[in-house]
Design a protein around this ligand. Structure first.
Ligand SMILES: [Zn+2]
Ligand SMILES: [Zn+2]
Length: 222
């Protein structure tokens, strides 16, 4: 009975570990780093290719930085934070961000994609905002809340691909003019990229001269 106070369980295999940890030593390495990218924009690729589809059609962001695939432990960690409010796992996010840092440009503002839940339930922890603030701290760049979610969109992963673009269209609006500013937009998971595209489009409409995106993980469903 007292054990529960001093120990917790590895979220993957269930063995007993220190209470301030999330995974045991064996399971800790089950993260999947992105190692192939589009040369032009940084879009994660699973096969060797020079350009991604977005670079052939349209993209509103300038460059993407995506360190991990949404797989293995990343799924476990993000789900536990989002849906079970397991804040202990925020420490894992710190570790993951610091382990694979990118050489960024000098941005004027770091901002996050607003959460679907955030508007309704303020108590929900929002990983995108958490990661954005972490990057703002590491690189000493101002964090600012720039985009507002105008409508409650359906979760992107619930929708068929063709409906995703429609669902997200005009879902965001910028909160101020961003004349000539360089922005780093942050999110925690990318599905098709429709959200990032729409947010980047909004930021550019508001005057941003550059919008790069940092997304902690990219879904494999596609
Ligand atoms: Zn384990
Ligand atoms: Zn590309």
């Amino acid at each position: 009975m007292f054990d529960e106070i001093f120990y917790s369980e590895c979220m993957k295999c269930g063995i007993r570990i220190d209470q301030n940890r999330s995974f045991c030593d064996n399971c800790f390495n089950d993260f999947f780093p992105v190692d192939k990218r589009c040369d032009r924009c940084g879009y994660p690729l699973r096969v060797d290719a020079v350009f991604c589809n977005n670079c052939i059609t349209t993209r509103y962001y300038d460059r993407l930085f995506i360190p991990y695939w949404y797989n293995g432990n990343m799924k476990i960690v993000l789900k536990s934070i989002k849906f079970r409010y397991n804040l202990k796992n925020a420490a894992v996010l710190d570790y993951l961000v610091k382990k694979r840092l990118f050489k960024f440009d000098r941005y004027d503002i770091i901002t996050a994609v607003p959460s679907y839940f955030f508007r309704r339930f303020r108590r929900f922890f929002h990983p995108a905002e958490y990661v954005a603030k972490k990057l703002s701290e590491i690189f000493n760049i101002k964090y600012e809340y720039l985009l507002e979610r105008k409508k409650d969109t359906e979760y992107q992963w619930k929708l068929k691909r063709k409906n995703r673009v429609e669902n997200i269209k005009n879902a965001f609006s910028p909160r101020k003019e961003l004349f000539d500013l360089k922005i780093l937009l942050v999110d925690d998971i990318m599905t098709t990229g429709a959200t990032i595209q729409e947010c980047s489009r909004m930021l550019k409409d508001a005057g941003a001269s550059k919008v790069d995106c940092y997304v902690l993980s990219k879904g494999l469903f596609r």
